[in-house]
Design a protein around this ligand. Sequence first.
Ligand code: MSP
Length: 845
Amino acid sequence: MSDTPKKFYLTTPIYYVNARPHIGHAYTTIVADVLARRHRLLGDDTFFLTGTDEHGQKIERSAAAAGIPPQQFADQVSKTFEDLWKRMGITNDDYIRTTDPKHAKGVQKLFATLYEKGFIELKAYTGTYCVSDEAFVDVPVGAPCPDCGRITEEVTEENFFFKLSAFQEKLLELIESNTLKIENDARRNEVLSFLRGTPPPEVNDVAVRIADSLPPIPEESLKQKLARIQEAANNHPDLVQLEKIGKIARTRSGEWYAPGALKDLSVSRSSFTWGIPVPEPAASAAKEKHVIYVWLDALANYMTAIGYGSDDPDEQKKFDHYWPADLHLVGKEIIRFHCVYWPAFLLAADLPLPKAITAHGWLLFDNSKMSKSKGNIVRTETILDAFGTLCPPTYTGAGLTGGSSGLQPTESAPSQKGALAPGFSAPTNSERDLFASDVLRYFLLREIPFGQDGSFSFDALITRYNADLANGYGNLVSRTLSMITKYREGVVPTATVSLHESRQPLWPFLETTNGAFELNNFYLALQNIWTFISITDVYVSTNAPWKLAADQTKSEDLDLVLYGAASAIRIITALLYPIMPFATAEVWQQLGLGDIEQAAKNGDLKNLQWGGLKPGTKLGPLSPIFPRADKSLAETMINMENPDSNPASPNLESSPRPETPLKSASTPTPAQPVTTDRLDPAAPPRNFTEATHVAGSAATTTHNGPTPSHTEATPSAPFNTPAAQAPGNAAPADASPQINIDDFIKIDLRVAQIVVAERIPKADKLLRLEVDLGYEKRQILSGIAEFYTPEELIGRRIVVIANLAPRKMRGLESHGMLLAASHGENGKPILATFGEDIALGSRLK
Ligand code: MSP
């Protein structure tokens, strides 16, 4: 047997950068991270890729609406994804962006290969196009897109076409034989029926006749009947005749399909420019300049990220090592792109196909798919910020002098109310994020059977957290470990393994749990684990260690019960590690087993053995794992998502995130013996998020946020904002005095268009602007010359504070002020703008 580890190359879809991430995106990334962690702990040579999809008309239009160049737009939004994954502790090995030059090179190589091999050719085409999906669709022009429901447009283009039609039979055979595995069956059938197409009417007539001619069999199931029809059809002379004239065909496995149902695919666009140019020699054959179809561009990321198209021998080696992908994880709506187009491109280029594609369902909010266009998204940051407040203090040993690491806050020795126990420190922001990320990971994988759609609600999140994590796993850990501390001085006792084994139904449990993980059935795996947690809980309760401890003759029994419970916790924790890496790391430490990441690397989390917990192991310092969440946390999160719905809710758009916990309405209430008094009540309130205004779309992230500012021109201090006064240190929103609605109404904010923009001699920071308010034109001097060129500004729709009294600067009148956010360390102004058409002079209120 070879010692070479099995390789496992896993990908997520790359996310469009037209919108900031929401928990739907996080769901995909979380599932991938769970898989990657599990494969790593099994010893597989794992490579996990994610990234962003940055080309295409959709992005070009979003950038134009935001009034910035597409690259800048893509940079900003891609960063919000990457930053979020870092906050959540996602362990991707690379982050591909389709605007990376190395990606463009690989895509051009793939296109050129397909062209040279004769699978891409130039043709004129007029069709109905869905800009949002970047695809020609089969509906009348102006009708809603069958996939996303948005209104379609007519597009006529001389385009490069990929001969997708040549791959119908081959793809059918690969999928029917499971050489290309599509999980689950519903998705596989969906792809197969798309590939098989609808047979012509004469074939249907014969099929109906065959079905009618079969003698009825009582109590036959529909499946059995279909099998009988299929069998009868296989040799039916009428169908064989239609087969001879090419109206119908059969794959090698005998399944019927309609030849020609798979149409060629347009793989270039000349109506916009934001994409990777079609390379030579194809480029010279076309009249217009073409960019490569965004799906061909995007799908190729799976290869370009690991070296396809590179001249570097190390990169080439990497490609040979990791390609083909072992698993493409995708959302169910993009299954056709991955199971039809992508394998066809690869077949045409003579490249190996991915081994499997698996699709998950959608996260629904208010019963429909969470998406930007529907406006029903939930941001992951909300959950991180809100649940992060529950993160218990962590043991750092700080403030302890020699040999005191055994000091453990326990049930019997609670620390003074409100104070942190010796050696414990308030969690850092990163620890809070990872704690909350674990909660979300657990919830999504436990609540939604993989492959199906599932509803998200804040109430359900809190209920599950309290029931399963605080009262379930967390409580079992805390009560067991505090009893070991109390009755056995914090040392795992010795127990006869065989005796214990006979009392625990461990092996079938392990087998079914591992089997569920193998099938990506996280729901079942977690259900099993929680059954085991309950069994262990009942085992502890019925054996009542506190009674055994009171009876000196029962000392061995007490050892056995405590050892059994601690052993079970070790196994449960090892199994849970890929799902909740942060919480399980805490438990592992408390069990005295050290660093769980190291244990995963050493292979200690696989092949779990009952006696794996060594008697004599000294427990680590104890602290709560999952403090109870107050129901009011749901309201807090709802307010965070809809700041307008509650005027008293925290200002999300402008508050920084200090390294101190928020004392929210959801102050943790202890659920576990050791959970009391661990939060620092003296800690100042923590605001939830700070904002980065992403390209005018008011996207929020929790990093380096600006404070909205007005760009009034004052020659010496152009941006008279808190950010300008203290670079990189935006003032928290709650530092501003509160105003009431009457105050706000006094400010006349209007939509205006910049019609003239020019520099003012000898005033480096000032621009002279003429703006059209619809009802009048005016001059405004604005201190934005260091950040915007006049050319960039002309034509832009902006927001003006129209009723500001005129003033003179440098001898010129300035009447009004522009509205902008101040971004980053040097307070760069980002002008407020609009993503949709809006009449000049419209009032903002
Ligand atoms: N850019 C393409 C993918 C190209 S891959 C070569 C794309 N991007 S996307 O941002 O619109 O969606 C990417 C993925 O995000 C979806 O496939 C899905 O995995 C995930 N989700 C987006 N919204 C979602 C929900 N509401 N629920 C669950 N997953 C969701 O398609």
